[in-house]
Design a protein around this ligand. Structure first.
Ligand SMILES: [Fe+2]
Length: 283
């Protein structure tokens, strides 16, 4: 497990100094003040999903990701973002990771805010690469203590009012091959309806395995995008970096996330996504 002495943690700390702390000092603190003042938009998206089970037609999923709680997103703002979901009355909340930016602070108030919403189909979390920098096990314990299902290469079945849903999730994996191995571990010989993966690179293998819907984050939509072209952005390592994608009958939604890893967003506002999933004609 990585620790504060790990090379990954030290590199992340340097990046944080170079792109956040240093520039913020140069601007007399104005950079972070301006960043903290930025709002988080609620986006409503309808997803036509051919493989989605008919009895789950119209399920509303609150998809949140990449809070990066720390210098760039104070905990109280993260709690307010979750509270913003209250009026939406989602059926389930899916958090696709990077809750923590660097140091694993006490984020239980955010998890408790999720618990308070008590979505009937549950609260789910998969961890991202930043969550692994300091103390991923502590983060898992805090989430589970608030009744959140943390999915580490596994799946769970949930049933509510006659509706059954198989929810899978994988731990952080950097490459498509590593994602594929985790997906196979999570699914075994079974099927799942929805897969949570921090890395959108899981999508190709998930679609090969017939997963109807994959939710991801990680890219932040590049944080800087061309006007009216959210997919033309700085996340050049990712073919699928913002919004909705199709491959065969499977669908992927990549949220640009709530937080940031450097204090600038241009043409790429922080978001929470409310997804309404419609079963397609094949059901
Ligand atoms: Fe992230």
């Amino acid at each position: 497990m990585p620790s504060k002495r790990s090379a990954k943690y030290r590199r992340a700390k340097w990046r944080h100094f170079l792109f956040t702390i240093g520039p913020n000092r140069l601007t007399g603190g104005r950079l972070l003040d301006r960043h903290h003042a930025g709002g988080v938009v609620t986006r409503h998206i309808e997803i036509e999903c051919p493989l989605w089970p008919r009895e789950l037609d119209g399920v509303r999923i609150a998809h949140v990701s990449d809070f990066h709680i720390g210098d760039l997103l104070p905990l109280d703002k993260a709690v307010r973002v979750i509270e913003q979901l209250e009026d939406e009355r989602p059926d389930m909340i899916c958090n696709t990771g990077d809750v923590i930016d660097l140091d694993c602070i006490d984020v239980r108030p955010m998890f408790e805010a999720m618990r308070k919403l008590s979505p009937p189909l549950g609260n789910y979390l998969v961890l991202g690469n930043h969550d692994e920098l300091d103390d991923p096990d502590l983060l898992r314990r805090m989430a589970r203590a608030s009744g959140i299902t943390v999915l580490d290469n596994e799946m769970v079945q949930v049933e509510h009012e006659g509706r059954r849903l198989a929810v899978g999730g994988i731990e952080w994996a950097r490459t498509p091959d590593a994602c594929s191995r985790q997906i196979d571990r999570a699914m075994g010989d079974g099927t799942i309806d929805i897969l949570l993966s921090h890395n959108p690179k899981a999508f190709d293998h998930a679609s090969e395995r017939g997963v109807p819907l994959v939710l991801s984050g990680h890219t932040h939509g590049g944080q800087v995008a061309r006007k009216d072209r959210p997919d033309a952005n700085l996340a050049i390592a990712h073919r699928r970096s913002a919004g909705l994608y199709e491959h065969g009958d499977s669908r992927l939604f990549v949220t640009v996330g709530v937080g940031a890893w450097f204090p600038v967003r241009m043409n790429c506002p922080a978001e929470i996504a409310i997804l309404t999933v419609r079963s397609g004609s094949r059901n």
